[in-house]
Ligand binder design. Structure first.
Ligand code: C5P
Length: 235
């Protein structure tokens, strides 16, 4: 393992709660995920404050818009100094290409390493019926693969995928493609809304590059210890 692959999701409503959790667990994780709830309530300043803990930031806003607008949003995220960010691959190849270019160019301007622009394929909340409803290929596996190939051919260097998609995607994607996987459960926590899960170790063995972990860390009695135990389980 060349890096700590744990991305702890800061799925809390306020900056105070996020910073308390981030400061507590920063030494035991590789990055923090800031999503729509925290970003919308706390504002862009939360990115800088979380970055100040020393950990990388994954800004999970899942951009999807016309190419010019997404490119500008990506450039703004690079200026905020995020290390990973997301967009919807169904925005198409032109949108993904300019997003990746904006990440690279803005990073050069600011003397930073370009963030990993991660493509989201099919949200795991979809099933065959809800895909058919919006006119998409109802075979989820096929649609995921189609969008994953499009993302790769559009220059993206990473994807977000479900743990159960890892093995199939590793078979069809270039080895350098980074796969970021939520839906991780250790088995110690109580059952919640994640239905199809793998343990951290299983997900890494199936080909994950990074693991997005929320409640198994944030809702644990001792979040720092929980993160340390997950990291130890990967050794
Ligand atoms: O608490 P939990 O470990 O389930 O948190 C997982 C994180 O990953 C949450 O921020 C959730 O929104 C995100 N996520 C997910 N499943 C997806 C995509 C994102 O759980 N398919």
């Amino acid at each position: 393992m060349t890096h700590n692959p744990i991305i702890a999701a800061l799925d809390v409503p306020t900056a105070e709660l996020a910073l308390k959790l981030a400061q507590e667990i920063a030494p035991a994780v590789g990055a923090f995920k800031i999503g729509k709830e925290l970003f919308t309530s706390a504002g862009p300043d939360i990115v800088k404050r979380v970055r100040a803990t020393g950990a990388a930031v994954f800004l999970d806003l899942k951009f999807h818009d016309i190419p010019n607008t997404v490119a500008k949003a990506v450039a703004a995220a690079v200026r905020l100094d995020v290390q990973m960010l997301t967009l919807h691959t169904c925005g198409g190849s032109a949108m993904m290409r300019v997003a990746e270019q904006a990440a690279q160019q803005t990073a050069v301007e600011y003397g930073r390493t370009a963030p990993l622009v991660l493509g989201v394929t099919v949200l795991t909340s979809h099933d065959a019926a809800s895909l058919a409803e919006i006119g998409w290929e109802p075979n989820i596996g096929q649609q995921v693969e189609r969008l994953a190939r499009l993302a790769t051919n559009s220059g993206l260097r990473g994807l977000v995928c479900s743990p159960l998609e890892l093995v199939a995607l590793r078979q069809v994607l270039p080895a350098a493609m980074q796969l970021v996987t939520p839906g991780i459960r250790t088995g110690a926590e109580k059952v919640d809304d994640q239905k199809r899960t793998l343990t951290p170790r299983e997900a890494m063995q199936a080909g994950a590059s990074w693991l997005v972990i929320g409640r198994p860390i944030s809702a644990a009695p001792n979040p720092r210890l929980a993160a340390e135990q997950i990291l130890a389980s990967l050794a």
